[in-house]
Every structure is written in structure tokens, then in C-alpha cells.
Design a protein around this ligand. Structure first.
Ligand SMILES: Nc1ncnc2c1ncn2[C@@H]1O[C@H](COP(=O)(O)OP(=O)(O)O)[C@@H](O)[C@H]1O
Ligand SMILES: O=C(CO)[C@@H](O)[C@H](O)COP(=O)(O)O
Length: 475
């Protein structure tokens, strides 16, 4: 049996799956947590990757590997390849005013949408670089190269495999690979704000305007290009380009044109695979590229699975009990409405917003009503995202950590107003990365997973009330 490995280095943890390259069957897996916070030193991702790989039984018998990662995070490297400062993650909102300035300087939102398919908000790398230039000029001056989380991990992994130093003590002493070995892919490059999905080229002019100089950027690989081959225990380990986590999820779940995927991880995302690039001047839909040579229009919210974590904490219950509680309350939670802007919000662009609860009465002041309102509020934000996609999807697929909740699966059709297709709970980002790795060996023909379809009558009043509630939030 030939094995491939897929990695998902996401916001909260690193997950590794080892799969049969021919059938896609899961052979073994591992995971390790990442630290909390919106700025994280990349060494934590490396340590978590090594722990997750170890738990997954290592790479000795693996023929190819691919790393997918959280999008947009700013990783700055100096001339020697050392990390200049903690990486600013996609959910770090300190660059909100830098984003506003960049939009104004280029002549408005339409100019950005035309140039790179997106309009800057705090999540995108280009705004973080502007923030760095303005607030930490010494760090900006030391920055010789800029890359993204999956680029950095791929670069270090390729170096460690090549030099036979894939273990913590010797790796710590090993020098970083040369900067010009850095690679990325279309999918992740499209989330920087200085690479155009439409032309397939960097816009170094926009980078220079934002940052004041043009650091070295990773080489953009095609979908089945190899980063390189490195000698592992049983032979060479091929390394695939990797991609952003949402692009990998699209691969992992087998999304095809006509599908919309709703992913409930740390972020909430709604995305579709399309044949042509998009450019939404409202900035709601980011016109990303995918990992296959096509495109991935995407709407992201900052608040998804962690809204449920927070509700469970308030109610003093675990996630399974939260799900049971939510199903005990009526649709609409008796009027209790939760606006889940717990980390500020990206869609709508309210970086300094906070969450709020409306419609509290003696009758709705119960853990069950709170649980239902939290899930409904999280899903209302994503239903707005689906509307913004302006598509009539053939299927709406629900994935991500919070899709493991039965309440989420059953409430989703009442909010979205369409049937919801749920594949079995799995690590679809890591699966997508493994699929990409298998593509280096032969065209993978993995069987699609069986799905369950959840149907329920739509309750539009919930979204109407939610829309009214979003007018009354505190910054
Ligand atoms: N049964 C469940 N019900 C609700 N949320 C869950 C459940 N299982 C996991 N989660 C949540 O899913 C999140 C992790 O999802 P994941 O998609 O792995 O996130 P990320 O990729 O952003 O790190 C956590 O916030 C976790 O609490
Ligand atoms: O910023 C985005 C998409 O534009 C996020 O989706 C990040 O890519 C983080 O993803 P998760 O950790 O939630 O999977």
C-alpha cells in the first residue's frame, strides 16, 4: 500500500491524516493543539506538526505529503531565515485602520477588487504588512522575506526532510533553508492582497505601496508541482505545494461547481469552486483562487465554532450537552437573539464590534434558550454570507468542527432555507492536503463519502430578528 500524508495547520490545532494513496482510506491520524491568541510564533506550529506527525506514526512509510494551513497570517523572515516577530494571524484585527488607508490610497474598493479580487480588511496579509511598517519600523526593516503559515511549514519541512533533521532537538540547531526555497500556491497567494488570481502574478507594486519595500516572496507553484523530494525512511518523500485551509477543504470534500461549502471552524466560511475569477467591490466576497487551477469565491466570518465554545462555557456544560439543550428550545429561541461578534467581525466589516444578546425575558433566561440563540446567531451570519455569494447552489455542504453538533446540523436548514448536506465528520482540510499529495503519484480516484441530508422548514423570522439585532451592538 502506498501512503500519503495531509496536514491541516489551522488556527486551533495541527491535524495529520495518513491515507492510502489509491483508495483514500484513512490509515492513521494525529493532532496537537496550537496556543491561543491572534499572534503566534511559528515555532509553535512546527512543534505541533511534529507532535501530530508522531501521533500519526511518522513519515517513514509515506510517499508524499502536503501541508494546508490557516490563510493570510503574516510570517516575516530576516536575511538568515529567522522569524522576525510573532506571526499576525487572519483573526488579528489591529490592522483595521491600515486596511481603510490602503483602500483610500488606491482609489477605492473597486480598484482593489479589479487588481487582486479582494478589498482589504484586517484579515489580509497586505494590511498586516502596512501595520508593521507603521508600528514596528525596525522589524519591517529586518524583513527580508514574507510568507504565509503553510508556506513557512512547507519550507521548514522540506529543509528538515532534506537534511534528515525531522526531530525537535536537532532541528532547533539546524539552520533554516535558503530563503529562495520558499514556495506557495495559487490558493494561499490569492489571500495576500498582492497576488492576482485573474492574472496569476504578484502585484509587487501594491506590496511596495503598502510596505515601502518588496521583500522576497515565495515562488507560486501550480497544483501538481513538487516542492521537492526529500529522503525519508523508506525512500524519497515527495512534497506537494500545499494550500490555504479553505482551498484544501474544497478538495477534501470533493466540491464541484454548483456546490457551496459552509465550514464552521474557528472561522465561518462559505465558498464555492468556480471556473472564472470574481471581483466583488463591496468586499464581502473575496475572489480567491483554489488549489486546482480554478477559483474559490469565499465569504468569511471571524466567529463560528468558538461561539459555541463560549455558550457552553456560560451555560457550564460540554459541547454535546449544549447541542442537546439547543434542541430543547423552540426555533427562534423564544425571541432570544445572539449576535456573535465575539472577536470583532470581518463580515460585516466591524473589527471592533462586540457580541450582544437581545430579547432576554424571564421565559428566555434559560441555558436551553441561550444554546439555541448561540447556534442560530452563528448560522445567521453565515446565511448572510451565502446570500452574498448570489448563487443558487445545487448542494450546500456543511463541514468543520462545529458541524459535529447535531443541533447545528438540524438547525442549519431552518436558517439557510435549503436542505443541508452533511458528509461524515472528518478532517476535510487534512484530507484535501492528502488528496493533493496523492496527486503527485497518480490522479487520485477516491470514493466520495456518503452524506446525510438535513431538511426542515425555513423560519425566516429568525433572520429578520437577527438583522434588527445587528443594528444594536456596542463597539
Ligand atoms: N461536537 C461539537 N460541537 C460543537 N463544536 C465542536 C464540536 N466538536 C468540535 N467543536 C469545535 O470545533 C472547533 C474546531 O474546529 P476546527 O474545524 O478543527 O477548527 P480550526 O480548523 O479553525 O482549528 C473548536 O472550537 C471545537 O470546540
Ligand atoms: O481567514 C480565513 C479565510 O479567508 C479563515 O478561514 C482562515 O483560513 C482560518 O481558518 P480556520 O482556522 O477557521 O479553519
Amino acid at each position: 500500500m502506498t501512503l500519503v500524508a495531509g496536514v491541516d495547520s489551522s488556527t486551533q490545532s495541527c491535524k495529520v491524516v495518513i491515507r492510502d494513496a489509491t483508495t483514500g482510506a484513512l490509515v492513521r491520524q494525529g493532532r496537537a493543539p496550537h496556543p491561543d491568541g491572534t499572534e503566534v510564533h511559528p515555532s509553535h506550529w512546527w512543534a505541533a506538526l511534529l507532535r501530530a506527525l508522531e501521533e500519526a506514526g511518522g513519515l517513514d512509510d509515506v510517499a508524499a505529503i502536503s501541508v494546508a494551513g490557516q490563510q493570510h497570517g503574516m510570517v516575516c523572515l530576516d536575511e538568515s531565515g529567522a522569524v522576525v516577530r510573532e506571526a499576525l494571524l487572519w483573526n488579528d484585527t489591529r490592522s483595521a485602520s491600515a486596511a481603510r488607508d490602503l483602500v483610500t490610497e488606491l482609489g477605492g474598493a473597486q480598484a482593489w477588487a479589479d487588481a487582486v479580487g479582494l478589498v482589504p480588511v484586517a484579515s489580509f496579509t497586505v494590511t498586516k504588512l502596512r501595520w508593521l511598517a507603521e508600528n514596528e519600523p525596525d522589524n519591517a526593516r529586518r524583513t527580508a522575506a514574507v510568507c504565509l503559515p503553510h508556506d513557512w511549514l512547507t519550507w521548514r519541512l522540506a529543509g528538515a526532510l532534506r537534511t534528515g533533521t525531522l526531530d525537535i532537538p536537532s532541528w532547533a540547531d539546524a539552520p533554516p533553508p535558503p530563503l529562495d526555497h520558499l514556495t506557495t500556491d495559487r490558493g494561499d497567494a490569492s489571500g495576500t492582497g498582492y497576488w492576482s488570481p485573474a492574472t496569476g502574478a504578484y502585484r509587487t507594486d501594491l506590496l511596495k505601496a503598502a510596505f515601502g519595500s518588496i521583500p522576497l516572496l515565495p515562488r507560486v507553484l501550480g497544483p501538481v508541482d513538487e516542492v521537492g523530494a526529500a529522503t525519508g525512511g523508506a525512500g524519497p518523500v515527495l512534497i506537494a505545494p500545499g494550500t490555504g485551509d479553505n482551498m484544501a477543504a474544497a478538495l477534501g470534500v470533493g466540491a464541484r461547481p454548483g456546490d457551496v461549502v459552509v465550514s464552521l471552524g474557528t472561522s465561518g466560511t462559505v465558498f464555492a469552486v468556480t471556473e472564472s475569477p470574481s471581483a466583488d467591490p463591496t468586499g464581502t466576497v473575496a475572489g480567491f483562487a483554489d488549489a486546482t487551477g480554478r477559483f474559490l469565491p469565499l465569504v468569511a466570518t471571524l466567529n463560528a465554532a468558538r461561539v459555541m465554545d463560549a455558550a457552553a462555557r456560560i451555560a457550564g456544560v460540554g459541547l454535546d450537552e449544549l447541542s442537546d439543550l439547543a434542541l430543547q428550545a423552540p426555533p427562534g429561541a423564544g425571541g432570544l437573539t445572539l449576535v456573535p461578534y465575539l472577536e470583532g467581525e470581518r463580515t460585516p466589516n466591524r473589527p471592533t464590534a462586540t457580541g450582544s444578546i437581545h430579547g432576554l425575558s424571564l421565559a428566555t433566561a434559560t441555558p436551553a434558550h441561550l444554546a439555541r440563540a448561540a447556534i442560530e446567531g452563528m448560522l445567521c451570519g453565515l446565511a448572510d454570507a451565502l446570500d452574498a455569494m448570489s448563487m443558487r447552489p445545487e448542494r450546500v455542504l456543511l463541514i468543520g468542527g462545529a458541524a459535529r453538533s447535531e443541533a447545528v446540523r438540524r438547525i442549519a436548514p431552518t436558517i439557510f432555507g435549503v436542505p443541508i448536506t452533511v458528509p461524515p465528520p472528518a478532517e476535510y482540510v487534512a484530507n484535501g492536503a492528502a488528496h493533493q499529495a496523492a496527486g503527485l503519484l497518480a490522479t487520485p480516484e477516491w470514493e466520495a463519502e456518503d452524506t446525510v441530508t438535513y431538511e426542515a422548514e425555513a423560519v425566516p423570522a429568525i433572520r429578520t430578528r437577527y438583522a434588527r439585532a445587528t443594528d444594536h451592538i456596542l463597539d
